[in-house]
Design a protein. Structure first.
Lengths: 435, 371
C-alpha cells in the first residue's frame, strides 16, 4: 500500500527472488565450506606430508575464486536488488533493524574477498605458514558472514522477543538463530564435499584420484550426523503453524520437506556406497549428478523454508502482502483504498466496483498470486460465484491458515469478489455468459 | 508541479543519527567510486589500446592494455564490495524514494545483476586469456565494457529519478510495467557523461602509475606516463565542459546554490573546480617533465580530494532537489550504539588484517623466513 507494486507477469515477484536466491544459497554455502575445505586440506597436506593434496587445493583455487567471488558476490547483491523491488516494506523493516549487522557482515565480506584473492595469488609468493593464515582468514571471515546473515534470515521466521522489545539483540539472537546456523554450517561442509568430489573426479584415474574422492566424501559426514539433530531442534523452535505446514497442513510444503530429506538421504547413501566404498567409479558425470542433487536439495529446502513463513513475511509482524498485523482491524474499518498511496481509486463506488476490485487485488493478493501464472488466481477461483468468493475472502485466514486475513472494508471485499468473478465468466451469472 | 507521492517512513526508527549514516554513506561512496572509475574507464582504455595495438602492431599498446586489464578483476571485486555499504545506507536514509524509483525501473534495475555477471566474467577472461601473438580477446573486453557502461547508465537513471518524487505518481499511473527510465530528465545525460569522462580521467592516472611501476624499463615507462598524463589532461578539459553542462542542467534554484546563494555549497564547488585545475597542471608537468613521481602523486591526491568534494556536492544537490518533500534529517532515531561500536571496531580490525595480508603478499614477507 505504501509502495508502488512491481507486477511481474506469470512468474510473480516471489519466483524472481527464488530464481536468484537459490543459486546464491547453493554457491554461497559452498563458498563458506570451500574456504574451510581449502584451508584444512592445505593444513593436512603439510601436516601429513601429502603434496598431492596441496596441489589439488592449489589447482582448484582459481575456479573456486571465479565461482564464489564472482557468482556468489553478484547474486548476493542480486537478492538484495530483487527483495527491494518485490517487497520494499519488508526490506525496509530488515534494513532499519539490521543495517549495522549488514555493515558488520560487509566487513567480513571485505576480509573474505581480499583473503580469497590473496590466497589464490600467493600460493608460491609467501611462506606456507602465512599462506595458511590467509586461508584461515578467508574461511573464518566467510563463516562469520554466514553467522551474521543467518541472524537476519532466521529473524524473519522467528522474531521472538523483538515483537515486544524492538531490541536489536533480541531480533538477532532469535529462537531459531542457533539451530539454523548449525544446519547451514553442516550444509556448507556437505556442499564443499560435493564440489570437491567433482574436482576429484577430474583427476586422472589412479591412486590420487581415489584418495581424493574418498577424502572429499568424508566432508559429507558432519551433515549426515548434524542435519537430523539440528533439523529437529529447528522444527521445535519455529511457530506451531509453520510446523503444521511441514507436517501436512500445506501439501506442497510437506512434499518439498519430504523431498529435502529424501534427496539428502540419497546423496549420503550414494556418497558412502559410490564415493567412499568405490572411489574409482566416480567419474565426471557421476560427480555432476551429485552436484545436481545438491542444487536440488538446496532449492526444495529453501523453498520450503520460505513457504512455512506464510502468511507472514516477518512472523507475527508483517503479512506477505505487506499489511502489518496490528493494522488489520483499522483497515477493516477505514478501508484500504483510502490509505493506499498508489491506487487509482480511493473508494469503491457502484461505477468503479470492478476497477476497484482490481486495485484491491494488487494491494492484497498480488504479492503471492499472479492472474495467469504462478499461484494462478484465475484457476484457483474457477467455478466460484461472486457470492462464494466474497464468503471465502471473509474467512480467508480460517479457510487457509497460510493466507493472511483480508484487510479491507466490506465494500472492498465485494469489489474484489466482483473483479475475481469476471476472470471466469459463468454462463448463468452474467448476461454475456460466453465461455 | 504535481504533488509528490512518497511512501511513508518506516515505523521503525533509524538505528543511528542521520549525520553518522550520511558520513558513512559518503565515505564508502568515495571508496566505491574510485575503483568503479577504474573498472569503467580502465575497461574502455584497455579495449581501445588493445585495438590500437593490433592495428598498428605497436607492442607497447598491447602491453599497456594487458597491464590495465590485469587490474580490472580486482577493481571489480573492490567496486562491488565497496558498493554494498553506500547502497545500504542509502536504503536506510532514503528508502521511500529509492525503493519507489527502483520499482518504476524494476526490469532495467534488476538487469544490473545480469550485466554485472557478463562484465565481471568478461573482464576476467579479457585479462587472463592471451590469443595469438599475445593479443587479448578484444571483443570480450568490448562487451564487458559495454555491460559496465550500461550499468552506469541505469544507475544514473535511478539516482536522478529518486530525487524527483514529483515524477513518481504520473509515471506509475501511466504504466506500471517496471520498464520506466528517467530518459527525459535534463540532468541525466550530463550526469552520466560526468561520471564516464571522470572514469577515463581517473583510469589515465592508473596508466601513469603503471608507468611508474615499470620505471626500470625507461622507454615503456616514459611512454606510459606521457600517454596517461595527456589522456588525463584532455579528458579533464572535456570534463570542465561537461561539468558546466551539468551545472546548467540543474533546476535554477539548485544551480544558484553553487553560484553564491549558499556559502558552503559555493565554497565546495569552487574548491572542487580549483583542485581539478591544479590536478591538471600537476599531471601536465608530470607527463612532460623529467621527474614524474612526485607530481603524479600530488595530482592523484588532488583528484581524490576533488572526488570527495564532488560527493559532498552530490549530497547537496540531492537534498536541495528533495526540498520539503523529504527532509532526511526529520526522521526518528533510536541509536543502536553498541552495534555501531562493534561495527567500527571490527572495521578497523578487518582493515588491519587485510592490510597485513596485502603487505605479506606484496613484499613476499610473511611470518616465517621464506620457506
Amino acid at each position: 500500500m505504501n509502495y508502488p507494486f512491481w507486477d511481474v507477469p506469470l512468474l510473480g515477484g516471489g519466483l524472481v527472488i527464488a530464481l536468484i536466491a537459490i543459486p546464491h544459497v547453493f554457491v554461497s554455502h559452498f563458498a563458506i565450506g570451500g574456504g574451510i575445505f581449502l584451508a584444512w586440506t592445505e593444513h593436512v597436506a603439510l601436516r601429513d606430508g601429502k603434496p598431492y593434496l596441496r596441489d589439488f587445493a592449489k589447482r582448484n583455487s582459481l575456479f573456486f575464486v571465479l565461482i564464489t567471488l564472482v557468482f556468489g558476490a553478484v547474486t548476493g547483491v542480486g537478492i538484495w536488488f530483487s527483495i527491494g523491488l518485490v517487497h520494499p516494506p519488508a526490506t525496509s523493516t530488515l534494513i532499519h533493524n539490521f543495517v549495522f549487522a549488514w555493515a558488520i557482515e560487509w566487513v567480513f565480506f571485505l576480509v573474505e574477498i581480499a583473503a580469497a584473492l590473496l590466497y589464490y595469488y600467493s600460493w608460491e609468493r609467501v611462506d606456507r605458514k602465512t599462506h595458511q593464515i590467509i586461508g584461515w582468514a578467508y574461511a573464518g571471515a566467510a563463516w562469520i558472514s554466514l553467522f551474521v546473515i543467518n541472524g537476519i534470515l532466521s529473524f524473519m521466521l522467528t522474531p521472538g522477543a523483538w515483537l515486544e522489545t524492538g531490541s536489536f539483540w533480541s531480533a538477532f539472537f532469535n529462537p531459531s538463530c542457533l539451530p539454523s546456523l548449525l544446519i547451514r554450517t553442516c550444509v556448507c561442509f556437505a556442499l564443499a564435499g560435493l564440489y570437491a568430489l567433482f574436482m576429484a573426479s577430474r583427476e586422472a584415474p589412479g591412486t590420487n584420484h581415489d584418495a581424493l574422492v574418498q577424502y572429499a566424501s568424508k566432508w559429507l559426514l558432519p551433515a549426515f550426523i548434524g542435519l537430523p539433530i539440528f533439523g529437529a531442534w529447528f522444527i521445535a523452535t519455529i511457530p506451531a503453524l509453520a510446523r503444521d505446514m511441514f507436517q501436512g497442513a500445506a501439501a506442497p510444503v510437506t512434499i518439498f520437506a519430504v523431498m529435502s530429506i529424501g534427496i539428502s538421504l540419497v546423496i549420503f547413501v550414494f556418497a558412502y556406497l559410490i564415493a567412499y566404498r568405490n572411489p574409482q567409479s566416480v567419474t565426471i558425470p557421476v560427480a555432476l549428478i551429485f552436484l545436481v542433487l545438491g542444487l536440488s536439495v538446496t532449492g526444495v529446502t529453501e523453498w520450503a523454508r520460505e513457504a512455512v513463513r506464510k502468511p507472514y513475511v516477518i512472523y507475527d509482524y508483517m503479512y506477505s502482502n505487506a499489511v502489518l498485523k496490528r493494522d488489520v482491524e483499522t483497515l477493516r474499518g477505514t478501508g484500504l483504498l483510502s490509505v493506499a498511496k498508489w491506487a487509482t481509486v480511493s473508494e469503491v463506488t457502484p461505477d468503479n466496483q470492478v476497477e476497484a476490485g482490481r486495485e484491491v487485488f494488487t494491494l492484497q493478493c498480488a504479492s503471492c498470486h499472479t492472474v495467469d501464472g504462478y499461484n494462478n488466481i484465475r484457476l484457483l477461483t474457477k467455478g466460484w460465484s461472486k457470492q462464494f468468493i466474497s464468503q471465502q475472502i471473509r474467512h480467508l485466514n480460517q479457510l487457509k491458515s497460510f493466507m493472511p486475513p483480508f484487510a479491507g472494508n466490506d465494500a472492498e471485499r465485494e469489489a474484489l469478489a466482483a473483479w475475481l468473478a469476471t476472470l471466469n465468466p459463468q454462463p448463468d451469472s452474467t448476461a454475456g455468459g460466453a465461455r | 508541479m504535481n504533488p509528490a507521492i512518497i511512501p511513508s517512513l518506516d515505523p521503525i526508527p533509524l538505528p543511528a543519527p542521520v549525520w553518522l549514516l550520511q558520513v558513512l554513506s559518503g565515505l564508502t561512496f568515495v571508496l566505491h567510486v574510485i575503483p568503479m572509475n577504474l573498472v569503467l574507464g580502465g575497461g574502455i582504455l584497455a579495449v581501445v589500446l588493445a585495438w590500437l595495438g593490433r592495428r598498428s602492431e605497436r607492442a607497447e599498446y598491447t602491453r599497456l592494455a594487458g597491464h590495465i586489464a590485469t587490474v580490472l578483476p580486482v577493481a571489480i571485486a573492490l567496486t562491488i564490495t565497496m558498493g554494498v555499504p553506500p547502497l545500504l545506507f542509502l536504503q536506510v536514509l532514503y528508502g521511500p524514494l529509492f525503493y519507489t524509483s527502483s520499482v518504476l525501473m524494476a526490469w532495467p534495475w534488476l538487469s544490473v545483476i545480469g550485466l554485472l555477471l557478463v562484465g565481471y566474467y568478461g573482464h576476467y577472461y579479457f585479462s587472463l586469456k592471451k590469443g595469438n601473438e599475445g593479443h587479448p580477446p578484444i571483443w570480450v573486453g568490448f562487451f564487458a565494457s559495454l555491460a559496465f557502461l550500461l550499468i552506469g547508465f541505469i544507475y544514473s537513471n535511478n539516482m536522478t529519478l529518486m530525487i524527483e518524487p514529483e515524477k513518481f505518481g504520473p509515471m506509475y499511473r501511466e504504466k506500471m510495467h517496471g520498464f520506466m527510465l528517467n530518459l527525459g530528465d535534463p540532468m541525466l545525460w550530463p550526469r552520466y557523461l560526468h561520471f564516464l569522462v571522470g572514469a577515463i580521467a581517473v583510469s589515465a592516472l592508473l596508466v601513469m602509475v603503471i608507468g611508474l611501476v615499470y620505471r626500470k624499463e625507461s622507454r615503456y615507462s616514459a611512454w606510459a606516463i606521457q600517454f596517461g598524463g595527456l589522456t588525463f589532461v584532455v579528458t579533464t578539459i572535456v570534463q570542465f565542459a561537461v561539468g558546466i553542462w551539468q551545472l546548467l542542467a540543474l533546476r535554477r534554484p539548485v544551480m544558484l546554490l553553487f553560484l553564491g546563494q549558499d556559502m558552503a555549497a559555493t565554497l565546495v564547488f569552487g574548491a572542487a573546480f580549483l583542485l581539478a585545475l591544479v590536478a591538471m597542471v600537476l599531471i601536465l608537468v608530470a607527463a612532460l617533465g623529467k621527474k614524474p613521481m612526485g607530481m603524479t602523486i600530488a595530482g592523484i591526491i588532488a583528484i581524490a580530494v576533488t572526488i570527495i568534494l564532488m560527493t559532498v556536492m552530490r549530497a547537496i544537490i540531492r537534498d536541495a532537489y528533495l526540498g520539503r518533500n523529504f527532509v532526511v534529517s526529520e526522521q526518528q532515531v533510536a541509536p543502536q550504539w553498541l552495534v555501531v561500536a562493534i561495527f567500527l571496531v571490527l572495521l578497523v580490525g578487518g582493515l588491519v588484517l587485510v592490510g597485513w595480508m596485502i603487505h605479506a603478499v606484496v613484499t613476499k614477507r610473511g611470518l616465517a623466513e621464506k620457506g
